[in-house]
Every structure is written in structure tokens, then in C-alpha cells.
Design a protein around this ligand. Structure first.
Ligand code: THU
Length: 130
């Protein structure tokens, strides 16, 4: 199964009764394992948890921390970019040159690197004088 297929499949499981906007994400780690996530909303916080954050949580829960590749899919007119919080979460576990491919359900694809998504990222090195 490709990462696009994995992201497409998990997107169907999204719990998005408030936005009705379903998102799926699939991460391949350096070990070759694939971890998936979908967005999960709730009534108090209707924005809920993003698909990317869900896939990252599944990866970490499985004992992995090194992202090699990410695919995200939604039914949008143009490929939907990850939110600001997810960009920082991706940058925590992915090198700057890791490719994140954003997709629409009707076949559009936009490949971006983690550096494209979050230029000037805050890193642990910025706290070196602390
Ligand atoms: N969402 C994601 O899961 N990933 C994105 O990249 C953009 C937005 C979700 C969060 C929320 O459930 C819904 O889309 C609308 O913001």
C-alpha cells in the first residue's frame, strides 16, 4: 500500500461532525513503518486534533521518532496545507528536506519540504544560552 492509499483509507475514519472536513495523513519513518492519522473533532474544541498530529502521535506511541515522508489528503479545491501547530510538530520529527505531499481527493498533488512549510523554525538550538 502506498502512503497515498494509506492516507486515503484512514481519511474515511475521520471524526469531523463539526467541520465535515475529513483529512487523512500517512507517515513513513526511516525504519519503513507506516503510521496513519485522521482528524478527530469534539464539541468543546471543534477544530479538534489534526490528521497530521494523529499520525505523529501514532508514530511516537509505536516507539518511532524519525519521519522520512508524509502524505496528507482532503477533499478540497486545492491541496490543504498543514496548520501552524502541525508544521511545528512535523519539524520536531522530520529533517528540513523531508517531503510532505499535500493531496486532494480529485488527484491534485503539491509536494513541499518541511523547510518550505516552516521557514525559520524554532529549534532546541535557539535555547543554547538558556
Ligand atoms: N485539519 C487537519 O486535520 N489537517 C490539516 O492540515 C488542516 C485541517 C482538520 C482540523 C479540523 O478537524 C478540520 O480539518 C477543519 O479545520
Amino acid at each position: 500500500m502506498t502512503l497515498l492509499q494509506a492516507a486515503t483509507a484512514v481519511r474515511e475514519r475521520a471524526y469531523a461532525p463539526y467541520s465535515r472536513f475529513k483529512v487523512g495523513a500517512a507517515i513513513r519513518t526511516k525504519s519503513g513503518a507506516v503510521h496513519v492519522g485522521c482528524n478527530v473533532e469534539n464539541v468543546a474544541y471543534p477544530e479538534g486534533t489534526c490528521a497530521e498530529a494523529g499520525a505523529i502521535a501514532a508514530m511516537v506511541a509505536a516507539g518511532e521518532t524519525e519521519i522520512a515522508e508524509v502524505w496528507v489528503i482532503a477533499d478540497s479545491p486545492e491541496p490543504v496545507p498543514p496548520c501552524g501547530g502541525c508544521r511545528q510538530k512535523l519539524a520536531e520529527f522530520a529533517a528540513q528536506d523531508v517531503v510532505v505531499t499535500l493531496c486532494t481527493t480529485d488527484g491534485k498533488q503539491k509536494a513541499m519540504t518541511v523547510a518550505d512549510l516552516l521557514p525559520g523554525v524554532f529549534t532546541a538550538a535557539h535555547m543554547d544560552r538558556a
